[in-house]
Design a protein around this ligand. Structure first.
Ligand SMILES: Cc1ncc(COP(=O)(O)O)c(C=O)c1O
Length: 344
């Protein structure tokens, strides 16, 4: 018979989400389990779990800075992109300040705004799921922070490089532009922008990225931000001592070493997204022009959420009736298409 302690452990282990689950399409996670090389590096890190990580994550920031082509003093590290965004808000705003965001947007933003005691100003997306950058620039004139997600969550849309630059030119230079690039690795080469060059030209831009999505390490909680050294210095003052688990540095290093395998996974996900959108289109179902690891079906007169309710699929429904569906395996795609076909 298992000892009581063993039973508690078993319960905790069995409560872990399963790494591969074709029905889990609500959080934009990566559908693949960690790569074997990343997994074995992580086990080595866990073997040193009795030791503290670095006081401040200097090695991790240097590794990331080197990888993306900026200097280390331009990078901050967070507990996921979530931690970085909170660091931006804690270091650069005061309670009562305004933050501009779209509606809908990544669910975290209204929560982070509330945690930082900011006043949220929301600007609706257009009917194809794009930012209204002119309206956002107008709102930014009276705000301390404005958030642009590229690709956007939940619609997956991407604003062009020219539109982003025009927007940056019209935002006051003392308003912080949070350029959320959580899904940047899914962009095809012709949609990429040179973000390190952009932050060199616009010292009020903070780019935020994560290892939760394309890198498939959501459970390890590592994200980073990068910007002009002056702004990064102010944010680094909020870097939590011993705040990044000892697994962080090895997970990132092993992921960079496994870049070609990860690129292959990214190609599989984006190919599956194209297939899912194509099949939806063939059924007469409109989805926005998505460039990340999810598709978005805007409201169609009834709640899309209801279409998936009787199924095992977990998807993310929105109050206006739209739904966001993470791209998974071909099995996930079939389950989504079956549910949609049954509803039409
Ligand atoms: C646009 C966007 N930003 C930030 C995040 C936060 O990611 P994490 O905290 O896991 O790094 C997410 C997660 O879904 C997201 O969609």
């Amino acid at each position: 018979m298992a000892s009581p302690n063993h039973a508690v452990t078993e319960a905790a282990v069995s409560a872990l989400p399963s790494a591969v689950n074709s029905m889990a399409l609500s959080l934009n996670e990566n559908p693949f389990a960690p790569l074997p090389s990343v997994r074995s590096a992580l086990i080595s890190a866990i073997d040193a779990g009795n030791r503290y990580p670095e006081f401040l994550p200097e090695r991790l920031r240097a590794l990331i800075a080197d990888h993306i082509g900026v200097s280390a003093d331009q990078v901050v590290i967070g507990v996921g992109a979530t931690g970085v965004i909170m660091q931006v808000l804690s270091a650069l705003t005061s309670p009562g300040d305004r933050i501009v965001m779209t509606y809908p947007t990544f669910d975290g933003y209204p929560i982070f705004a509330q945690m930082a005691r900011l006043e949220s100003v929301t600007v609706p997306l257009d009917k194809h799921g794009h930012h209204d950058l002119d309206a956002m620039a107008d709102a930014a004139a009276n705000a301390e922070v404005v958030v642009v997600c590229r690709p956007h969550n939940p619609t997956g849309t991407v604003e062009s490089s020219a539109d982003i630059e025009r927007f940056l030119d019209s935002v006051p230079s003392d308003t912080v532009v949070l350029l959320d690039e959580a899904y940047v690795e899914f962009l095809s080469p012709h949609h990429r922008i040179d973000t390190p060059a952009l932050i060199a030209r616009y010292p009020n831009v903070v780019a935020v990225r994560t290892f939760s999505k394309a890198y498939g390490l959501a459970g390890l909680r590592v994200g980073y931000g990068f910007c002009a050294p002056e702004l990064a210095r102010r944010m680094w003052t909020m870097q939590l001592p011993f705040g990044i688990a000892i697994t962080g540095l090895v997970a990132v290093a092993a992921s960079y070493d496994a870049e070609s395998e990860l690129q292959q996974r990214i190609r599989m996900i984006t190919a599956e997204r194209r297939y899912l959108r194509m099949r939806l289109r063939a059924m007469g179902v409109y989805s926005t022009d998505a460039h990340a690891n999810f598709v978005y079906l805007p409201s169609w007169g009834r709640q899309w959420r209801e279409v998936f309710e009787g199924t095992e699929l977990q998807v993310r429904g929105y109050a206006d009736g739209g739904v966001r569906i993470t791209v998974g395996s071909r099995q996930s795609t079939r389950a989504v298409l079956d549910a949609v076909a049954a509803a039409l």
